[in-house]
Write a protein that binds this ligand. Structure first.
Ligand SMILES: *[C@@H]1O[C@H](CO)[C@@H](O)[C@H](O)[C@H]1NC(C)=O
Ligand SMILES: *[C@@H]1O[C@H](CO)[C@@H](O)[C@H](O)[C@H]1NC(C)=O
Ligand SMILES: *[C@@H]1O[C@H](CO)[C@@H](O)[C@H](O)[C@H]1NC(C)=O
Ligand SMILES: *[C@@H]1O[C@H](CO)[C@@H](O)[C@H](O)[C@H]1NC(C)=O
Ligand SMILES: *[C@@H]1O[C@H](CO)[C@@H](O)[C@H](O)[C@H]1NC(C)=O
Ligand SMILES: *[C@@H]1O[C@H](CO)[C@@H](O)[C@H](O)[C@H]1NC(C)=O
Length: 361
């Protein structure tokens, strides 16, 4: 699917260039369209970043509000992602709201989805600060949403850390690898952005299930990479059979990397993301790729409907500097898995925005 998507992307680039007769309507320039891959490139220091003022965004949760909680260095806010063979346009929030008027956008997954959802809300707020919004969220409800009234656009976060279900049964809480009941609620959205991985590694007190069900087998535990792959296959079959591509566009957000051990970038194992103030240079991440990326790519290929991989893994691996570390409002532990807002998730949204534009959606 990813290959097909890139082929489509390049075709639309050519079309845009032809249609516009040399006058670029959108600020997107192509160095070599046959090689344009949004996710291959490098980080460039850019004074014009970040995309918005954190203090003015009313949506940032304390987990991600690094500036409010005293992060002293600011360079991490100043990096722009530069693909090698094409450019990323600036996010035009008002145009985005017009494009999605009368529609619903939904991020589904764990707190990395929440992270990207918050960033999108801040980007949109900066573009249309005065538009009337209404929000809803409640304790046990997995949905948090914000509606931009004038545009009638709703942007939601649906919390589903495993995508598949956890059901309370007599024996205890059962993680069901082949059941995804919440899916019916996701189908109302016109843009769906999924993610799951981080919770698959949880155990002990952080694991919210007692048993795992794989087909007819009830197990106490199993290989987590294998379990993840089975759940993702359940999801893939659901997309394949239930999503209507005429009304709904689907992205899968690739694995978001953590930086708890600095040996991945040539320092000592006991050091973490704390105190890191600049990206890894590239063009490779010394710690190597995240193995689950390939699992995701392989499973996406089995889906015959259009699904785009928001392939953020490599570019995020380079951003050891972009985590909250201890500058967050929960103080539970050093956070080297989420990302500061503003910061890296703004770039994820920018790339999604670009992919949508290029795909003519
Ligand atoms: C664009 O990339 C293709 C494939 O790598 C290459 O064959 C071609 O020469 C490049 N064109 C330019 C103008 O650089
Ligand atoms: C607003 O958008 C929703 C879909 O998100 C649609 O059902 C509804 O009819 C729209 N309302 C107006 C007034 O356009
Ligand atoms: C889990 O399965 C994966 C994929 O088959 C394998 O590479 C890995 O070694 C297994 N892990 C353990 C702890 O057995
Ligand atoms: C997706 O659907 C196509 C045809 O509708 C089928 O051939 C393919 O096996 C399905 N893939 C999955 C993963 O269900
Ligand atoms: C999608 O649109 C095409 C062309 O209008 C139509 O033939 C097809 O039945 C539609 N598919 C669904 C699932 O509505
Ligand atoms: C790293 O941390 C472990 C566990 O806290 C400790 O035993 C070890 O001595 C530390 N190593 C270094 C090089 O500081």
């Amino acid at each position: 699917m990813n290959v097909l998507f890139h082929a489509l992307l390049c075709k639309s680039l050519l079309l845009l260039l032809l249609l516009q007769n040399g006058t670029p309507v959108m600020s997107l320039t192509i160095k070599n369209s046959s090689r344009c891959n949004l996710y291959q490139g490098s980080w460039v220091y850019d004074e014009s970043y970040p995309l918005y003022d954190a203090a003015k965004c009313p949506h940032i949760r304390r987990e991600f509000d690094c500036l409010k909680y005293g992060r002293p260095d600011k360079d991490y806010l100043k990096y722009r992602w530069q693909p090698t063979f094409c450019n990323v346009p600036r996010f035009d929030g008002e145009e985005f709201l017009k494009m999605w008027s009368g529609k619903m956008i939904m991020f589904v997954g764990d707190s990395l989805s929440l992270n990207q959802w918050q960033s999108l809300l801040c980007i949109l707020h900066a573009a249309v600060p005065d538009v009337v919004t209404s929000s809803s969220s409640s304790g046990r409800n997995p949905i948090s949403s914000l509606t931009y009234k004038g545009y009638n656009v709703t942007v939601m976060y649906y919390r589903a850390p495993y995508l598949v279900d956890i059901i309370n049964e007599k024996i205890g809480r059962v993680l069901k690898l082949d059941s995804m009941q919440a899916g019916n609620q996701w189908l109302q959205a016109n843009l769906l952005i999924f993610n799951t991985w981080h919770w698959w590694l949880r155990s002990g007190q952080y694991q919210p299930w007692d048993f795992i069900q794989d087909g007819n087998k009830i197990l106490k535990d199993m290989n987590r990479t294998v379990a993840f792959s089975k759940a993702l296959t359940t999801w893939a079959k659901w997309v394949n059979s239930s999503v209507n591509p005429n009304t709904t566009k689907v992205f899968f957000q690739g694995v978001s990397p953590s930086h708890f051990h600095a040996n991945e970038w040539g320092k000592s194992f006991n050091k973490s993301c704390y105190g890191e103030t600049e990206p890894v240079k590239g063009p490779r991440y010394p710690g190597g790729p995240v193995p689950q990326e390939n699992t995701i790519k392989d499973i996406l290929k089995t889906i015959s409907k259009p699904v785009s991989l928001l392939d953020i893994t490599y570019l995020s691996q380079l951003r050891k500097d972009a985590h909250p570390s201890s500058y967050n409002g929960i103080h539970l532990r050093l956070d080297c898995s989420h990302w500061c807002v503003p910061g890296l998730p703004d770039i994820w949204n920018q790339l999604m925005y670009t992919a949508l534009k290029l795909n003519g959606f």
